[in-house]
Design a protein around this ligand. Structure first.
Ligand SMILES: Nc1ncnc2c1ncn2[C@@H]1O[C@H](COP(=O)(O)OP(=O)(O)OP(=O)(O)O)[C@@H](O)[C@H]1O
Length: 387
């Protein structure tokens, strides 16, 4: 059921609107207010998917209702109803955030179209909000150890700048998480963050993946295709496992960083790109450089800021917090109740011989939640924590 509120002081117009809307779709629930003040009260106390609002009304006019409603519930779309001679005001309300306007007397098709479009947009906004919440939840960074606090502090300082960042650390320590935070807290966050796992792409394909190609440039290239650098334009590219990139791809990335230009494979036309680069690796790049497998000049271009993410064993005090977080997350995902871990169980888990990969900790928590008792005890840990 989608809820629509009509705020209109003229009885006749209100009645026509209600009739049209109800006839159109019996999935619409319609409520009415006779003036702006009453309308605003209803908006404050009820949830609506759409408001149709007259401009000229006693007590509070439509422009004021729109402004006040936007301050408290900005997601509700407004369609303004403009009387004779109010066209200019109607256009102005769109600048203030109204979704659309219709003129009196309402034209049936125009009205129904505007309503459908406004409701679609509302649905999209809500879906986006839910998605964003989900994304934020997936990227929570748990930990109060001085190592994690230091990383958060660096992120706060570095994210708003254009500086390139190289994130190092063992597998599963949270490098990707750091990269997401850097993007989310930057002015580029409205644009995409494009991830490329350099280790997962065969070396003969990596250039085309990063820079795109033109039709006919190699067997199978049967149409022009943009690469990840172009896709990330205005945003961030995250080069994960950058230490695994071939030397020829490294040369091209270096050029992209030096000149802010790329060219698609098989073309000599330059394309300007505005991309911030964040890279990550679990390799020791200095060692790779000494072995001739990684370009030193590229290393210096990438590592303006270095963030080393410590392994779990170096910040054991975060383990109980992570256990609680994962227990909550798993319970939410699987629809069962969150499990309590006894003090003794937490102590044992703190001293467990972790590989350092946080995914291992998550798996152990999940295993204990399945195999352990209502409260997870030291005995449960002894019996079930090891594989
Ligand atoms: N501090 C943290 N708080 C909560 N979850 C975390 C934390 N650090 C890592 N994780 C979770 O652990 C998993 C592994 O983290 P992530 O993918 O960021 O690691 P990575 O170092 O990029 O791994 P890889 O080297 O395998 O690419 C992810 O699900 C991530 O959300």
């Amino acid at each position: 059921m989608q809820k629509i509120l009509i705020i209109e002081d003229e009885d006749a117009i209100r009645r026509v609107l209600v009739k049209i809307i109800k006839n159109e779709n019996n999935g619409y629930e319609v409520e009415e207010a006779e003036n702006g003040l009453q309308g605003l009260e209803l908006i404050q106390t009820h949830d609506y998917d759409l408001v149709l609002c007259d401009i000229k009304m006693p007590k509070m006019d439509g422009v004021e209702v729109l402004g006040k409603a936007q301050a408290i519930k900005p997601e509700i779309p407004f369609i303004m109803i403009s009387g004779h001679g109010e066209l200019e005001t109607a256009v102005q309300t769109m600048r203030l955030g109204a979704f659309d306007y219709i003129s009196k007397p309402p034209d049936l098709n125009r009205l129904l179209n505007a309503i459908r479009n406004a409701l679609d947009r509302k649905k999209l906004l809500v879906e986006n909000k839910i998605l964003k919440k989900k994304v934020d939840k997936n990227y929570e960074m748990i930990g109060e150890s001085k190592e994690i606090l230091r990383i958060k502090e660096i992120i706060e300082k570095v994210a708003p700048t254009e500086a390139r960042v190289l994130i190092t650390g063992a597998n599963g320590t949270g490098k990707e998480l750091v990269a997401h935070w850097l993007h989310q807290k930057s002015s580029r966050s409205k644009n995409p963050m494009i991830e490329v796992n350099c280790a997962a792409i065969p070396s003969e394909l990596i250039e085309s993946e990063l820079f795109g190609h033109v039709k006919g440039s190699f067997t199978g290239a049967n149409r022009d295709r943009a690469g990840k650098f172009e896709a990330a334009n205005g945003g961030t590219i995250f080069l994960d496992e950058v230490g695994d990139m071939s030397l020829s791809a490294q040369a091209k990335v270096l050029r992209a960083l030096q000149e802010n230009k790329i060219s698609r494979v098989g073309s000599d036309k330059d394309i300007k790109v505005d991309v911030r680069v964040i890279a990550a690796t679990n390799k020791n790049l200095e060692e790779e450089i000494s072995k001739g497998r990684f370009r030193e000049d590229l290393y210096h271009r990438l590592a303006v800021i270095l963030i080393d993410v410590p392994s779990l064993n170096e910040r054991k005090e975060d383990i109980p917090l992570l256990i609680e977080y994962f227990s909550d997350l798993i319970a939410g995902q699987q629809g069962n109740t969150k499990r309590k871990f006894s003090e003794g169980a937490l102590e044992l888990l703190k001293d467990y011989n972790w590989t350092g990969n946080i995914r291992e900790l998550r798996n152990v928590v999940e295993r204990l939640m399945i195999l352990g008792g209502e409260v997870i005890t030291e005995d449960d840990v002894r019996l079930f924590a090891n594989k």
